[in-house]
Unconditional design. Structure first.
Length: 495
């Protein structure tokens, strides 16, 4: 059976098994727009079981993802999800709760290894039979906290590090993901990104300090820069997930560790300029967000973008090309040779050429080819790139901004609103994304996006950045803003 056939069959079997519980659960409990806390209250009160909750989500996947508008956001269903849910229901009846996610279904991105009978593909047919014997550490932490791995989320193939003219959200295995607010729109998903797809789809996204979450068992681009993190409806949900997957306690500033009780009084926030290309309505929403922050007691300080930010672009791509070649070759060497034929990046390039009707139908593999031409990480040219990135994004960039006038947190507009899906031109990468988000990703600082409202019916957000290992402070500030602004508008899914 081919990969697509396996996905379809596994999904059908899960849905067939779910039907009995689903019919009762549908009318008794609606899982849409529910927070983790509200789901846990319902589970504790017996208003729903984890099995029925899982079945309800499977029904929604079938209704909106596999049929109807075909959002294609879920690449594969875990055929063990209902069985795992029943087991967690039994544990709950015995008063054995694993943690804050006990009985909560979640999706993990399909570049994160799990022990379930679902391949970890990064969206590529080259890894379509890559079944892994163990969970990645972050997946193991989710499971230990009681989460049900419902399945794998689709993604931009190879986390969008294959072509210079890619169409975000497309993968050979999963097809084209559609935006939750408009199926004709791009869902985003730049290389390794959390903030961009979160802001464009009306979500909270936290990109933790690099190293807080283990990258082992995650298909890599750049170990220097890669980090997994939560994408959720609310800051509270993001905080729960972040605390579970973090390898060490989340860092906070000088304001204590209470997220719900935190207030913005006296917090100094550096406000970044509106970037060129921003939509006029985004400019107004950002001004509104600043007013909310000030009304809640924050002290806002206007800052200028450092000139060094403009220089970072000349180093960024070169650094990723070197790092991707080294990291993907090392990752491929860990895979079972009976399941994956490709052992090097050179092999992947040849595979795509040999399977062009599956892999190269929308865009090419220019980045793969550019990376394959690079030398080892010991090259002097790469060491020069590293020094340039540290200077432009960190020392003369974010560190300088955060060292001005007692500023603790930076804020700028997130990217958006979403572009139309365009397989001819690929991503236009418009919307005026703030430079602090890119700099934070390169320098390994934590960053977060939180919804700020709609532009033409499409979400935009604000981006927050602070110093390394201060992830908890970002969650505190974001929660205070979220509570006061109440700016998220849920999507109206089309049938």
């Amino acid at each position: 059976m081919d990969r697509r056939g396996f996905i379809t069959t596994a999904g059908a079997l899960s849905l067939a098994a779910a039907v009995g519980d689903l019919r009762a659960a549908e009318h008794a409990f609606d899982p849409t727009e529910q927070s983790i806390a509200s789901l846990q209250r319902a589970l504790a009160a017996g208003a729903v079981t984890s099995e029925a909750l899982t079945a309800a989500y499977l029904h929604r996947i079938a209704r909106f993802d596999q049929h109807g508008p075909e959002y294609r956001s879920v690449l594969a269903i875990n055929p063990n999800a209902l069985k795992d849910a029943r087991s967690l229901d039994s544990e709950r009846k015995s008063a054995k709760l694993r943690g804050p996610l006990h009985g909560i279904p979640i999706l993990v991105k399909d570049n994160i290894e799990t022990q379930d009978p679902v391949a970890t593909t990064a969206g590529s047919y080259a890894l379509a039979r890559s079944f892994r014997p163990a969970d990645a550490p972050l997946a193991a932490r989710l499971r230990a906290a009681g989460a049900i791995v419902l399945g794998k989320a689709n993604l931009s193939e190879w986390a969008n590090f294959r072509s210079t003219r890619s169409c975000s959200g497309w993968s050979g295995v999963g097809g084209q993901v559609r935006n939750a607010y408009d199926p004709a729109r791009n869902p985003s998903g730049s290389s390794g990104s959390i903030l961009s797809p979160a802001s464009i789809n009306g979500l909270v996204g936290l990109k933790p300090t690099v190293g807080v979450v283990s990258g082992k068992g995650v298909v890599p681009i750049s170990p220097r820069q890669d980090t997994a993190g939560p994408m959720c409806r609310t800051v509270a949900d993001a905080a729960i997930l972040a605390s579970v997957i973090a390898e060490r306690p989340l860092g906070f500033g000088a304001h204590g560790t209470d997220i719900e009780g935190f207030r913005l009084r006296g917090v100094r926030i550096g406000v970044m300029p509106i970037p060129q290309g921003a939509h006029p309505d985004t400019t107004q929403l950002f001004a509104n967000a600043r007013t909310v922050l000030e009304h809640e007691g924050a002290v806002t300080v206007d800052l200028k973008s450092p000139k060094a930010f403009d220089e970072s672009g000349e180093y960024q791509l070169d650094g990723l090309l070197y790092e991707f070649k080294d990291a993907i070759n090392a990752y491929l060497a860990t895979l079972d040779p009976s399941q994956v034929d490709c052992k090097t990046l050179t092999d992947l390039i040849a595979f795509n050429r040999a399977h062009a009707d599956q892999e190269l139908v929308v865009f090419g593999q220019e980045l793969f080819e550019m990376a394959d031409a690079k030398g080892p990480l010991s090259d002097a040219a790469y060491q020069k790139v590293l020094a340039g990135l540290k200077r432009t994004t960190d020392v003369e960039g974010l560190a300088t901004l955060l060292g001005q006038q007692g500023v603790e947190v930076l804020v700028g507009p997130s990217n958006g609103p979403a572009d139309l899906i365009d397989p001819v031109w690929g991503d236009r990468r418009g919307g005026g994304s703030s430079q602090i988000a890119s700099a934070a990703a390169i320098a390994g600082y934590p960053s977060l996006t939180v919804p700020a409202g709609l532009v033409g019916g499409l979400p935009v957000g604000i981006t927050l950045v602070t110093g390394r290992n201060q992830d908890g402070l970002l969650l505190q500030v974001a929660r205070a803003y979220e509570r006061a602004a109440n700016a998220r508008v849920p999507p109206h899914l089309m049938i």
